[in-house]
Design a protein around this ligand. Structure first.
Ligand SMILES: [Zn+2]
Length: 284
């Protein structure tokens, strides 16, 4: 006899938001602020508190928005100073700019920041030096690794469940699942917009028990009326994929919330000791 979906306990999942201005051309009014309000209202109506990874440029440009994120009970976290991938950094500049970013977000939010997410999952075997820097800067966890091969950034040798960097904080890698030829971070961004809902739910049920499940969304993921524009750092075909198929995102997010047991923000899980048994991983 098989267990039906109704009887199976729903997987526990944290929801995260990457707060950034994705446009290559920043002339004209930014749309992230209005889109973020829509998302904050949506998740509040669903009773979900988020971890919000904030690009520090936004903490300077729109400090009231960052203050509001914290005031509404969400966890403010750091998504770099200017969304530059780690392979374009030197350790010295990374240390300086990430310290600056953390301070700017803490100033705007009025809260201590303990979580970090690298732009575009750019923490890989080549940039693993960044983990030690994050530890030195006082971050308690990172959510920066895509533990699979990927056309952009991936770290296929990294564990798929939480681990502690040999020197550095705890890492909560992106949950991945195989669709066709490649393993993808299926719980967020354009994967969540394009993959059929039943396939996402099936992949969720197949995740390892010790995985830390989290989903991610960007303000632009729900912006169905934005005119087409290039996305910073992305080739044209990626910009097109990121632009299309946004109208159903809200409905898909609502369905995902109902398919899982929404968890508290990542920082609260880390601080409550949820991943205290995570093994240490030292990249070779
Ligand atoms: Zn980002």
């Amino acid at each position: 006899m098989t267990t039906s979906d109704a009887e199976r306990p729903r997987p526990r999942l944290s929801f995260t938001l990457d707060l950034e201005d994705h446009r290559a051309d920043r002339r004209g009014p930014a749309r992230y602020e209005a889109n973020t309000h829509v998302l904050l209202d949506l998740f509040e109506a669903l009773g979900v508190r988020l971890t919000v990874f904030i690009v520090a440029e936004i903490a300077r440009e729109a400090p009231a928005l960052v203050r509001e994120v914290a005031a509404r009970g969400h966890e403010p976290a750091c998504h770099s100073l200017a969304h530059r991938p780690l392979d374009q950094e030197t350790p010295e500049r990374f240390r300086r700019e990430t310290a600056e970013a953390k301070a700017a977000i803490e100033d705007a939010a009025g809260r201590t920041v303990v979580g970090y997410r690298a732009p575009v999952f750019s923490l890989t075997a080549k940039t693993a030096w960044a983990a030690a820097e994050l530890g030195g800067l006082g971050f308690e966890y990172s959510s920066s690794v895509l533990p699979a091969a990927s056309p952009l950034y991936g770290f296929p040798e990294a564990p798929r469940t939480p681990f502690r960097w040999g020197v550095g904080p705890l890492e909560l890698p992106a949950p991945v699942a195989r669709f066709g030829l490649s393993a993808t971070p299926f719980l967020g961004g354009f994967y969540l917009r394009y993959l059929p809902g039943f396939a996402v739910r099936r992949a969720l049920r197949r995740q390892p028990r010790s995985a830390c499940l989290w989903s991610y969304v960007h303000p632009y993921d729900i912006d169905a009326t934005e005119p087409f524009g290039a996305v910073a750092g992305a080739p044209l075909w990626v910009s097109l994929l990121l632009w299309a198929n946004r109208a159903g995102t809200r409905r898909r997010l609502e369905r995902l919330v109902r398919a899982v047991q929404p968890e508290v923000p990542l920082g609260e899980r880390v601080r409550a000791g949820a991943f205290a048994d995570a093994p240490t991983f030292t990249p070779s």
